[in-house]
Write a protein that binds this ligand. Structure first.
Ligand SMILES: C[S@@+](CC[C@H](N)C(=O)[O-])C[C@H]1O[C@@H](n2cnc3c(N)ncnc32)[C@H](O)[C@@H]1O
Length: 231
């Protein structure tokens, strides 16, 4: 069975934000795991520098308070771990064991005693409700098979009044660029992400109302989306 499939035009482009398909591509966890197994050795050189301005801006805008409990969803090789204040308590989760091995090495090498990483599916987290002050997903939401299920889990484990922060590339509003993003999405899944994820559709279906959206990284093509869990 194919582990990723392309949708028809009708399913992707038809319907309103609350019902339409969020990407032209469907992936499965096994496919994603296989891709990140291959990427684990080169991730930091290939996706490190280009995506770093967004990581730094996210940390800056989060203005994390001492003692805060943070969950990083899709922690990968732990490239963000050294950026958090040492005074806060970081839990990182990821589906990929090879990516987590790199994160463990980084924690040991840098002596990051405030960080722990766990193997876990973001769509089925093993944490109690309301466990974290900030739940942060950097460059994850266009990787997973079901972004809405992941957003619901992020909301569930965030405490009331806490923040859900998503850093990601979404499909452009510009029709020419979005056509290109759609055309290249079947290739991008082999590099670990879908290039045509629909932000308005995602927010509507995940029932998230952002308090801010900042454009970050090269050509402002990525978005830093901050939401507050009110209830
Ligand atoms: C693009 S990397 C992001 C790594 C890191 N957060 C960063 O800032 O570069 C995406 C990560 O999400 C992980 N991932 C994919 N699907 C997942 C899932 N269902 N649950 C948890 N992690 C997942 C991948 O294994 C990969 O390590």
């Amino acid at each position: 069975m194919a582990l990723f499939t392309e949708r028809s035009d009708e399913k992707f482009q038809g319907g309103d934000a609350a019902t339409r398909a969020l990407s032209s591509i469907d992936v499965e966890n096994h496919f994603v795991e296989r891709v990140y197994e291959k990427l684990s050795g080169v991730y930091d050189i290939t996706f490190g520098p280009t995506l770093h301005p967004g990581r730094l801006q996210a940390l800056d805008r989060m203005a994390i308070e001492p003692g805060a409990k943070i969950l990083e969803v899709g922690v990968g090789t732990g490239i963000n771990l050294g950026l958090y204040p040492r005074s806060c308590d970081i839990t990182g989760i990821d589906l990929s064991a090879p990516m987590l091995e790199k994160a463990q090495e980084r924690i040991a090498k840098k002596g990051l005693r405030n960080c722990q990483v766990l193997e876990m599916d973001a769509a089925a987290m093993q944490f109690a409700d309301d466990s974290f002050d900030i739940v942060y997903a950097p460059y994850l939401i266009s990787v997973v098979p079901d972004p809405v299920a992941v957003a619901r889990e992020m909301r569930r484990v965030c405490r009331p009044g806490g923040r859900i922060v998503i850093l990601n590339h979404f499909k452009s509003d510009n029709p020419v660029i979005s056509r290109i993003e759609r055309a290249i999405s079947p290739m991008c899944v082999h590099l670990g992400f879908k290039s045509d994820l629909d932000l308005p559709g995602f927010l509507a279906q995940a029932d998230l109302s952002p308090v801010s959206i900042h454009k970050v990284n090269l050509a402002n093509m990525w978005s830093l989306v901050t939401c507050v869990k009110y209830t």
